[in-house]
Design a protein around this ligand. Sequence first.
Ligand code: CTP
Ligand code: MG
Length: 180
Amino acid sequence: MVGSLVVTAFWAMLPAYVPNNAAVLAGGGRPIDGGRSWGGRRVLGDGKTWRGTAVGTLVGVLLAVGLNAINDPISSGLEFALPTFPLHAAFGLAFGAMLGDIGASFIKRRSGRERGAAFPGLDQLDFVVGALLLAFVVASDWFLATFTPAVLAVILIMTPILHVGTNIVAYKIGVKNEPW
Ligand code: CTP
Ligand code: MG
């Protein structure tokens, strides 16, 4: 029971987890805020780029398409069916994750934190909140069928742990500047 919840939560959130990591690898180029400041601070900072956002979103959507393709053989070996992703739901999860991360940078800059500064709590959950909100907005029926209260609870506990873990690995192998 708990095992199926964890597997379902992880599967359903993969198109939201991967975009931020893809953005780290793809980042660079023109910042979204165009270098502009607001109140003496950058609006978003150089860490939020058009390329990172576009590639991250695309990778998340493509991943969902790939997960759909392998759903049947995997679900048939389980006692429960893994969720499939309609395209608009996949887009909501992936782009929502990027938007959540961008929103967090906006908040970080407004609170005086420079690019790369840690903001515990916000760093670990910004993209989850963004992904879930946008998925709910663009695919409410799918959202309500997929993210039951129990699945949501697992996501809120599991995501910060996964996020901290992957960022430490990304830092150690040299693809990320900070371990958060
Ligand atoms: N990145 C990007 N576009 C995004 C998100 C991330 O290009 N929308 C890339 C940037 O190269 C960024 C790196 O991924 O530096 C790491 O992402 P993140 O930790 O979110 O950015 P930070 O540089 O730490 O900046 P911030 O303090 O604003 O989070
Ligand atoms: Mg950062």
